[in-house]
Design a protein around this ligand. Sequence first.
Ligand code: HEC
Length: 128
Amino acid sequence: MKRMLTALLLVTAAPALADEPKVFDQIKVNAGAALFDAECRRCHATDADRASYGPPLEGVIGRAAGSVAGYPYSPALQSAAFVWTRPALKAWIEDNQGFVPGTKMRHVGITDPVVQDFILAYLASVPQ
Ligand code: HEC
């Protein structure tokens, strides 16, 4: 009887447990969207069709730095030769002017790794 109950419990709980990482991912994306709205959105769109002061950021993870066609980058970012990996983006969010001296992006200093993580979760979720 006890065994059956355990089995029953597992069968009913398994789908919920399997969904848990997804639920957690969605929470991270939502938190990241709110943080992005507060810290980044006034200068960055996440839709290439919308003009903004900064370059559009949809698809930025894995994109070469300074590579959006037609965007007037600073000479510093234009001549940068690296790809926006997650560690690069975290370093940029933490201290963009230290990471690429001469960039025209106002200094952003978000040092909390959890906040950095949430913003990256949001950026990774934006459709391209
Ligand atoms: C005050 C306006 C402003 C704010 C706020 C701002 N940015 Fe920027 N951002 C810019 C500008 C301008 C550039 C172009 C920099 C250059 O050419 O040197 C830029 C460039 C970037 C790039 C390089 C993109 C590429 O195509 O190479 C990334 C990534 C970026 N910003 C992310 C962020 C994130 C994430 C935030 C919020 C935490 C943020 N920015 C907040 C203005 C801003």
